[in-house]
Design a protein around this ligand. Structure first.
Ligand SMILES: [Zn+2]
Length: 323
């Protein structure tokens, strides 16, 4: 299929978003050009519109697509998604775990490299993760957020005590599924009755109202809000651990005295292994497709962003070519 000389792309600059017309670049050696079939809207994208980073360029880091140009023939027509952290000057295969904390790294659509919220995306081969035919485009574009959920659970794996999950949004739903698929006991607090019902159906115990103060030794915060962070801290027992999943724009007022007085450990959690997430989807271990609540054409990206912040929305995806 010929590559058109124009493409739509969603860009951000100085916290301002725009839908622009750009030109797909041809791959240099070691790069591939991918036709984007699905790309998800992440909380991080929305935070970038609020100035979460000073990134300028095309956003989007949760995608699935088809390789249409590459200097290595073996990639052509392959269905792929990608791991998102690129160490500075990296060539060849990239170790996902090591990559996420290398200094001067780039991150797809977040830091130093254009993302996939566009008709096409250009990527170094080393980031590519193949998608088996059994994995749909919608599922492929959910691999990166599932990987992030898997990383949070890795930090607080199922043990003797239940884990408290604060939040009921799309990331919380993914975390719950991963946690419960590993046989853990999970208690949840959230704000939406419908979303809490989904979590209950998945096997979590939904608490009525707030969690009791200081009740939980292990807490995962996945609300995307400063208020959620405060409730997570309030529910944590002395010497307990809170894993924090939310990226919150700007600086946040947080009462840190409990951290000191009650010796609470606060751990951040960012990306996980996209390769392992694809395996988890392909094997049927973690269902993700039903968490996609809406799909919009790329040209309607502004409508999609509005939809993504509505209380009953889960994952909103864009479909640049109608797939
Ligand atoms: Zn994301």
């Amino acid at each position: 299929m010929p590559i058109p000389d124009k493409m739509l792309a969603v860009t951000v600059e100085g916290g301002k978003k725009a839908i622009t017309v750009d030109r797909p670049r041809s791959p240099e050696p070691g790069e591939v050009l991918i036709r984007v079939e699905r790309v998800g809207i992440c909380g991080t994208d929305l935070e970038m519109f609020e100035g979460y980073t000073d990134f300028r360029g095309i956003i989007g880091h949760e995608f699935a697509g088809t390789v249409v140009e590459a200097d290595l023939y073996s990639w052509i027509r392959r269905r792929v998604t990608a791991s998102i952290n690129l160490p500075d000057g990296a060539l060849g295969t990239i170790d996902e775990d090591a990559a996420k904390h290398t200094p001067n790294r780039k991150a797809l659509g977040i830091r130093g490299m254009d993302g996939a919220m566009a008709d096409y995306v250009l990527l170094p081969e080393g980031l590519l993760v193949s998608l088996p035919d059994s994995v749909s485009w919608a599922e492929g574009a959910m691999a990166e957020p599932l990987a992030a959920a898997m990383n949070a659970v890795e930090q607080l794996p199922p043990g003797e005590n239940p884990v408290l999950l604060v939040g009921d949004g799309k990331l919380a739903q993914l975390i719950a599924r991963v946690y419960l698929s590993q046989g853990g006991e999970l208690h949840v607090v959230g704000r939406s009755d419908a979303k809490l019902t989904m979590l209950e159906k998945a096997g979590a115990k939904v608490l009525d109202g707030a969690a009791k103060a200081g009740e939980y030794h292990r807490v995962i915060e996945a609300t995307g809000s400063a208020v959620g962070m405060q409730s997570a801290l309030a529910a944590t027992a002395p010497q307990g651990t809170v894993v924090c999943k939310s990226t919150i724009a700007g600086s946040t007022e947080l009462d840190l005295s409990r951290l000191v007085v009650d010796e609470i450990t606060l751990r951040g959690s960012r990306c996980g292994s996209v390769k392992q997430a694809v395996e988890a989807i392909a094997s049927g271990r973690n269902r993700v497709e039903d968490l996609v609540s809406d799909v919009f054409p790329l040209r309607d990206a502004n409508k999609a962003f509005k939809r993504a912040v509505e209380p009953d929305a889960l994952k909103v995806q864009l479909s640049p070519h109608g797939a």
